[in-house]
Design a protein around this ligand. Structure first.
Ligand code: HEM
Ligand code: HEM
Length: 203
């Protein structure tokens, strides 16, 4: 059975957990995603306003910041930090973690990132296609690039992943605001925080 001590949170090592530029990315992407969700769902809930400019402009900005993050993650950060490994699956199944290597992110954070990244990328890519369907000051609409069936797939993917994302944002906000995770919240605000989310007790 799992020994709780083996993967308890470490809060003793003070370090820069998220660099300034990564914190700017997190909050910019977070605010843009919240604007995108509100502009999509408030009109459906009966609060009517001119939602489309809010939606497409923040969508375009999100495409830029995501490109920045992906290039940075692939070439300038430690890519392996966020890849779930066997021990992460064991942690989720409440089995004991075998490796004594400390981990920057725990299993919940890695899987949260994976599912969030997948749903945000599906939204961003399908959204980029949908941009071609509207007139903006920057370009004119051209729905002929895809067939009706292909547009149907784009719309279903966009709608389904937005529902998944609402759930993820609520869960994420709840878990980052509870007192047990205060050091992680601080680490997304200023230059200090726990180095590891999971480490063996006597490391
Ligand atoms: C192919 C797509 C993606 C890759 C390869 C990727 C990769 C990574 C990696 C390796 C890290 C850990 C950096 C570190 O702490 O050492 C990270 C952190 C993070 N990712 Fe992603 N990511 C992707 C997509 C996304 C998306 C779509 C979002 C948007 C919600 C996102 C949001 C974040 C945030 C907020 C962090 C924590 C901030 C930081 O310290 O960098 N990622 N990502
Ligand atoms: C009220 C809003 C939010 C708060 C308080 C918040 C807080 C945080 C904190 C404290 C972390 C760092 C955890 C760590 O150091 O390991 C984090 C990471 C991250 N955030 Fe947020 N966040 C918010 C909104 C969002 C939104 C809207 C998204 C996108 C859907 C998002 C995506 C991520 C991702 C992918 C990570 C990296 C995975 C992780 O470390 O858990 N965040 N967030």
């Amino acid at each position: 059975m799992a020994n709780k001590d083996e993967h308890e949170l470490s809060s003793d090592t003070e370090s820069v957990r998220h660099k300034f530029i990564d914190r700017i990315f997190h909050w910019t992407a977070g605010v843009l995603i919240i604007i995108l969700l509100l502009s999509a769902f408030l009109p459906i809930l009966g609060i009517k306003f001119d939602w489309l400019p809010w939606h497409w402009v923040s969508g375009v900005l999100l495409l830029f910041v995501l490109t920045f993050h992906i290039v940075r993650a692939l070439f300038f950060q430690n890519f392996l930090n966020m890849i779930p490994k066997t021990d992460d699956i064991r942690e989720l199944l409440f089995l004991s973690v075998k490796s004594s290597d400390p981990q920057k992110y725990n299993a919940a954070q890695k899987f949260y990132h994976l599912i969030t990244a997948a749903s945000v990328l599906v939204l961003a890519i399908t959204g980029a296609f949908m941009l071609v369907k509207i007139d903006t000051p920057l370009w004119n609409r051209n729905p002929a690039i895809l067939s009706d069936d292909q547009w149907g797939i784009i719309y279903v993917l966009h709608g389904l992943s937005s529902l998944v994302l609402i759930f993820l944002v609520i869960v994420h906000t709840y878990f980052t605001l509870i007192p047990e995770h205060r050091q992680f919240l601080i680490s997304m605000i200023k230059d200090s925080g726990p180095k590891w989310a999971r480490k063996k007790k006597n490391d």
